[in-house]
Design a protein around this ligand. Structure first.
Ligand code: FPP
Length: 301
């Protein structure tokens, strides 16, 4: 039966979830994984079908691992609906796959993982859902920051983070300051982000500099554009994953994914596991990236 939560109940559900999992907040540790998979909040999933995650990990060629993987984590709402739950519950169940994916990315040697956590368009969702997502972000950061730091994760954000509630901004700042010196993997959360928002900002900034005589039109090139986007400093994604069976880019990293390989899976985000991530990397490694060149140019005999 579908349960309907009002705004307050939705927030309480979010808080209850945090209280429930308070002891198992390790993104990379074994303890949490065991807890999470045995949690009564976790729906049993098809974890048994071979090949398993270790077999897949061993098949990955370490020399050709994508440096930057970006993910559109889609399907939380449909997952909740399929389980007769309110949408917020789908988001709550979307946290564990983030931990698992971060762990998988680190094991595979990925250096940058960028997650589409909240889009500019998501502000138009019902207030209760937006509030619950913000609360989830604050709670998750508070719980995970120690473990992120211990595991060499540098937390980073892209997007209009000034528009986030004060609590989110300070939790993010705290976590980013704390992890600033880490370099094993950079975890970027796209928050209040859309590629068109970013491109518009970039165009305005360049146009203003030209108008005020600080920049010559002919000095505008791809490098300058890279520098003026909120993704500056991040390499372009090599691989873009989208869950839930949708085959869309949805305003995510439009400039940056010019040559990214796209990988789609029908799996809903709360059901996404390491196996899926490793499978995506293996599929990526089977592809030939030509960057507009011919095969002969790439492989001269
Ligand atoms: C898309 O599913 C997902 C989101 C809009 C939010 C993503 C949030 C999480 C994975 C959990 C919390 C994240 C952090 C960083 C703590 P949808 O709601 O659009 O699903 P639907 O398409 O099935 O409706």
């Amino acid at each position: 039966m579908r349960c309907h939560l009002g705004p307050q109940e939705a927030l309480s559900t979010a808080r209850a979830f945090h209280a429930h999992s308070a002891g198992g907040n390790l993104p990379i540790g074994k303890k949490h994984r065991w807890n999470a998979r045995n949690s009564d909040l976790r729906t049993p999933v098809e974890k048994t079908s071979p090949p398993n995650e270790q077999t897949l990990l061993k098949q990955i060629d370490p020399a050709r691992v994508p440096v930057h993987v970006a993910i559109t984590m889609d399907g939380n709402g449909r997952w909740a609906e399929q389980h007769g739950q309110e949408r917020v519950t789908g988001h709550l169940h979307g946290v564990q796959p983030i931990r698992e994916t971060l762990e998988a990315a680190t094991e595979a040697g990925v250096k940058y993982l960028t997650l589409y956590a909240f889009s500019t368009e998501n502000w138009s969702r019902p207030k209760a859902e937006v509030d619950a997502l913000m609360e989830l972000l604050v709670g998750t950061l508070a719980k995970e920051v120690d473990e992120l730091d211990r595991n060499g994760v540098r937390l980073h954000t892209i997007g209009d983070t000034d528009s986030l509630p004060q609590g989110c901004r300070s939790a993010l700042k705290k976590a980013m300051d704390r992890t600033a010196g880490n370099d094993r993997i950079t975890l970027t959360l796209a928050l209040s982000y859309s590629a068109r928002w970013d491109i518009l900002r970039m165009v305005r900034s360049i146009a203003t500099d030209i108008r005020d005589g600080r920049l010559d039109t002919y000095a505008v090139n791809e490098e300058l554009i890279d520098q003026r986007l909120s993704t500056r400093g991040l390499p372009d994604p090599d691989l873009l994953i989208r869950t839930s069976g949708e085959h869309r880019v949805s305003n995510f990293l439009l400039w940056e994914i010019a040559y990214a390989e796209l990988w789609f899976t029908p799996v809903l985000w709360p059901d996404f596991h390491k196996e899926h991530f490793f499978q995506a990397i293996l599929d990526y490694q089977r592809r030939e990236r030509r960057f507009g060149l011919t095969r002969e140019q790439l492989n001269p005999s």
